[in-house]
Write a protein that binds this ligand. Structure first.
Ligand code: COA
Length: 259
């Protein structure tokens, strides 16, 4: 696929790894291209039910956009770069299958933005998260001002964005920036266990539920409920719904086919 972004499959789980540990997995153009291709591949692969995103090595998830590459960019080149960043973050946020960020170290700037584009975040106990862009005279441009605000509320988003400070994993968990902190050695096992649990559920239902949850962030309650009604009704058209209800009545585990 790509040297700097790898995709491995284990059962029904895909693991997307940003693999540039010497640069703390910073997002340069090659990594962005690799992430775009990885997102396309995993979203289209019917055998992949859950996606884990992580970084290579023990130090960083992703330490942000590649500062060295950014230095020579013109405003229009920066616009292209952020458009690509928005597109890729959107691919992970919107694909109709769950995405879990396994935050294995620094998740800064674009790395924090990649983590919050995923649906669920598990962090290792050595992880540090933040959006330090204002220290460079710029500000988060891969969705941070929008997704951090939706995730944490305005006050906490402003504090993180305006100070650029890095927070430890425990603090990130306390404010809801990550779902759970685990010892570093356990991180991938925990992420895989969570992915396996989700992958045992009706995949079409999980995908539709993600779509409905995403809608909650974009529209008012009545419109969101209308969308939820449509998608719940759609779930009633699936073989999985027949199987799920039948299995319950027969007191056995369901065998979902994603149909
Ligand atoms: N872009 C490009 N290269 C980066 C990078 C980034 N965002 N973050 C780290 N690197 C590179 C460093 O330049 C260094 O490369 P070198 O060995 O060729 O000099 C290597 O990764 C290791 O980083 P280093 O700074 O030596 O590690 P550290 O443990 O001292 O510090 C950080 C770690 C994360 C605190 C520090 O690297 C940092 O502040 N990075 C920038 C974070 C940031 O501002 N991100 C938002 C960018 S918009």
């Amino acid at each position: 696929m790509s040297d700097v972004v790898t995709v491995e499959k284990e059962n029904k789980i895909a693991i997307v790894t940003v693999n540039r540990p010497d640069a703390l997995n910073a997002l340069n153009s090659d990594v962005l291209d690799g992430l775009k291709r990885a997102a396309e591949v995993v979203s289209q692969d019917e055998n992949v039910l859950v996606v884990i995103v992580t970084g290579a090595g023990e130090k960083a998830f992703v330490a942000g956009a590649d500062i060295k590459e950014m230095i020579g960019k013109t405003p229009m080149q920066m616009r292209q770069f952020t458009m690509l960043g928005h597109h890729i973050m959107g691919m992970f946020a919107k694909m109709e299958k769950p995405t879990i960020a396994a935050v294995n170290g620094f998740a800064l700037g674009g790395g924090c933005e990649l983590a919050i584009a995923c649906d669920i975040r598990l962090a290792s106990d050595n992880a540090k998260l933040g959006v330090p862009e204002v220290s460079l005279g710029i500000f988060p441009g891969f969705g941070g001002t929008q997704r951090l605000t939706k995730l944490l509320g305005k006050g906490r988003a402003c504090e993180l964005v305006f100070t650029g400070k890095m927070i430890k994993a425990e603090e990130a968990e306390r404010i809801g920036l990550v779902n759970k902190v685990v010892p570093q050695a356990e991180l991938m096992n925990e992420a895989k266990a969570l992915a396996t649990e989700i992958s045992s559920k009706g995949p079409l239902a999980v995908g539709l539920a993600k779509s409905a949850i995403n809608r909650a962030l974009e529209v008012g309650l009545d419109d969101g409920l209308a969308y939820e009604r449509e998608l719940v009704s759609l779930a009633f058209s699936t073989e999985d719904k027949e199987e799920g209800l039948k299995a319950f009545m027969e007191k056995r585990p369901p065998e979902f086919k994603g149909k």
